[in-house]
Design a protein. Structure first.
Length: 473
């Protein structure tokens, strides 16, 4: 392919390469294919104001325009912003565009400036490269731009309470208030100057939390000039608990101390809690996959039933937003490795409601005084016949307890109300009522290999409890 010769055409050759590098499919207006790739940059697209250098398309919709200029005009590239704006407001040929295109660029291939037309007071800023089609699509889904969302941050202290009731010092309250006033006045660059020991890091974390929660910021860079300051900031984020939420900052948002160019993925917005616990994340992931009327049974280890912090949040949300109707408690070594006891959670997804969907949870304890091994005594289908009969899949609302405090204290089938569970420490679902006979009758001890595995399991459960306590301190 022969390169263009004049300076402006040479700049366009380089812009073409930059667009391709950013994921755009560059096309001629004479041969448009809006099905090619995730985004298309169409050259010389006709408008009622003349041909635009490039019109950007995402999902077959025009979303932006690029005005290309030769390199030697970089020092006055802002002079052509009105020209770009004219194309953005123009009527496009073949397209029924009723609103101005929101994303505007001017580029010499060396300097590229970008304007988000959705800002309260749109103004251009220099960018390193063209945004990817996926980025523009994400912004359009969000509706408002970040600078527009900054206007939605509520007042820090609308009731004029003493700063200490906000867990702040006077100087910290003033600093955060003035910073947010600067944002709302469309002055995004601001400097907070505080004395040594005034709590600069805590002030910054409080402001970061408010930007993430109320302005829905995507990522915030906390930049320090020494390793120790980075470690100190990370520790403060790990211990920070906001005034309006009982979860720690690191349970709500990902915090990553950068040690390389790798940046972790964003938080799952459809998850109730952010945690490194894979089992808790698995439960949340399964719930997000269900349709409104979907049903599921999930195998989980014991720590999902009692772990604090994110575990408590997940259990509360599971009780509120789904009908968690049954928990089957199994002995060691059935689903997981030896020494790890499993449970099966049965729940049905439900539509949004002000009242919790779970009214009662039915437990079947097939663990206490039950011993299985993978070789000598494996679990068989017949062993669960009593559970299947009690489960009553055809009409769960006609279930009857086999447990009775007076007539049948050894019954394995029992229910607990939502109120009883929610009143338990950390909303723990780790419930037992049967007596372990091996504790009182030495002649009833299980086989040595089973006993050894149960000892290991109890030690691991104890470690899990200590971890939960450590997280809550």
């Amino acid at each position: 392919m022969t390169e263009n010769q004049n300076p402006e055409q040479k700049a366009r050759d380089t812009i073409d390469a930059l667009l391709k590098q950013a994921g755009w499919v560059v096309q001629s207006a004479k041969k448009i294919d809006l099905n090619a790739g995730s985004g298309q940059a169409v050259r010389e697209y006709q408008t009622d104001a003349g041909p635009a250098d490039y019109v950007l398309f995402v999902d077959k919709k025009a979303v932006g325009v690029i005005e290309a200029k030769r390199e030697d005009l970089g020092h006055k590239i802002t002079d052509v912003e009105t020209q770009t704006e004219g194309y953005a407001k123009a009527k496009l040929k073949w397209i029924n565009n009723k609103e101005p295109l929101p994303f505007l660029y001017e580029s010499t291939s060396i300097i590229t400036r970008f304007t988000d037309g959705r800002d309260p007071k749109p103004r251009s800023r220099e960018v390193f490269n063209f945004h990817r089609p996926e980025t523009l699509k994400e912004w359009l889904v969000q509706g408002e731009s970040l600078r527009a969302r900054l206007h939605h941050i509520p007042p820090l202290n609308p009731n004029r309470l003493p700063a200490k009731e906000l867990r702040l010092r006077d100087c910290q309250e003033i600093a955060i208030t003035k910073l947010e006033e600067s944002f709302k006045a469309d002055r995004p660059r601001a400097l907070i100057q505080m004395a040594t020991g005034a709590g600069k890091t805590y002030t910054a974390i409080t402001s970061i939390y408010r930007l993430l929660k109320y302005a829905h910021g995507k990522r915030i860079l906390f930049l320090v000039d020494t390793k120790n300051l980075g470690e100190q900031a990370e520790q403060e984020m790990m211990s920070f608990v906001p005034l309006d939420d009982n979860r720690k900052f690191t349970e709500l948002y990902n915090v990553q101390r950068l040690k390389s160019s790798f940046v972790a993925k964003d938080n799952r917005q459809d998850f109730w809690a952010t945690t490194s616990n894979k089992q808790l994340n698995f439960v949340q992931h399964i719930r997000t996959m269900l349709k409104t009327t979907g049903r599921t049974a999930v195998v989980v280890p014991d720590n999902v039933l009692f772990e604090g912090g994110a575990g408590e949040t997940v259990r509360k949300k599971l009780l509120e937003t789904t009908e968690l109707h049954t928990i089957l408690r199994l002995p060691t070594g059935i689903f997981y490795a030896n020494g790890v006891k499993a449970n099966v959670l049965f729940f049905d997804n439900r539509a949004a409601s002000k009242e919790p969907w779970t009214k009662e949870v039915w437990y079947y304890d097939y663990r206490t005084n039950i011993h299985h091994t993978l070789k000598k005594k494996p679990l068989r289908f017949e062993d669960l016949q009593e559970f299947i009969a009690n489960y009553n899949p055809l009409n769960r609302h006609e279930r009857k307890e086999s447990w009775n405090e007076q007539s049948n204290p050894e019954g394995r089938w029992r229910k607990y109300s939502y109120e009883q569970i929610i009143a338990r420490d950390k909303t723990s679902l780790d419930i037992f009522w049967l007596k372990d006979k091996s504790l009182a009758d030495l002649d009833n001890l299980p086989e040595p290999d089973v006993l050894a595995l149960e000892i290991i399991d109890n030690l691991e459960a104890g470690l899990g409890s200590f971890r939960a306590i450590a997280e809550s301190i």
